[in-house]
Design a binder for this molecule. Structure first.
Ligand SMILES: *[C@@H]1O[C@H](CO)[C@@H](O)[C@H](O)[C@H]1NC(C)=O
Ligand SMILES: *[C@@H]1O[C@H](CO)[C@@H](O)[C@H](O)[C@H]1NC(C)=O
Ligand SMILES: *[C@@H]1O[C@H](CO)[C@@H](O)[C@H](O)[C@H]1NC(C)=O
Ligand SMILES: *[C@@H]1O[C@H](CO)[C@@H](O)[C@H](O)[C@H]1NC(C)=O
Length: 191
């Protein structure tokens, strides 16, 4: 008897595995999958350090203001302004250093009491095995704070199922032009 039970237990497990388990009833348009079937193995943590170049004026302009917000005192914080960006992401703080990818998306001024941006960007990587993969950053950026933390809410390619956070630190800010170089340290859990 004691020898038979494990055998039945094994059959039971096999039956439920191939049926997707009781909870995994097929509805036709959905089914429960083993993560291995789409190549998901072990989750890992990757750290990226790169530099984000926001050029709002000049020959290499990469940020375009598409809405200015109201011309009142609320605009001391540029509240309501929206810019679309295609900013270079480089290995070092110089624009001439190796290009790793581009930050494409937008930021808008979403605070009436300080310069607090709402950031929505895809970091599109363009080198090595990361070429073609993206991560998506969405968060709040109070640009005059020393460190600003923004969530990484997802990704594509090598960054499918990504989650994590980015920390932004301004390296250089030209208060005449508004051009900025910002260091991004990004920590991402992905497969
Ligand atoms: C514009 O970008 C290119 C390539 O990154 C660089 O070589 C050039 O010096 C930049 N020009 C200015 C005016 O910053
Ligand atoms: C903005 O604020 C300043 C000083 O607080 C005031 O003198 C000025 O009239 C205000 N301008 C507008 C457009 O509200
Ligand atoms: C990145 O991928 C694009 C599109 O497939 C390709 O044209 C480009 O040469 C690749 N760049 C590098 C550095 O591998
Ligand atoms: C720009 O920076 C300089 C030097 O740090 C400072 O004296 C000046 O007041 C700043 N200008 C503005 C508009 O913030």
């Amino acid at each position: 008897m004691a020898g038979i039970l494990p055998k039945y237990a094994l059959l039971f497990i096999i039956f439920f595995y191939f049926n997707g388990g009781a909870a995994g009833k097929s509805l036709g348009f959905s089914r429960v999958l083993n993560p291995a079937t789409i190549g998901l193995k072990k989750e890992k943590l990757t750290h990226f350090r790169l530099f984000w170049h926001d050029i709002v004026i000049g020959r290499n302009q990469s940020a375009v203001k598409v809405a200015a917000g109201p011309a009142t005192n609320a605009s001391a914080t540029m509240f309501g302004a929206v810019s679309i960006i295609d900013d270079a992401l480089t290995e070092g703080p110089e624009l001439s250093s190796k290009l790793l990818g581009r930050a494409q998306g937008l930021y808008s001024s979403a605070s009436k009491s300080e310069v607090g941006l709402f950031m929505a960007m895809n970091f599109a990587f363009m080198v090595g095995k990361y070429n073609g993969s993206t991560i998506t950053i969405l968060g709040r950026n109070t640009v005059f704070s020393k460190v600003r933390e923004m969530p990484v809410i997802g990704g594509s390619g090598l960054f499918r199922f990504a989650r994590g956070y980015a920390q932004a630190r301004t390296q250089k800010f030209d208060n005449k032009s508004g051009n900025a170089i910002v260091e991004y340290n990004i920590f991402i859990l992905h497969y």
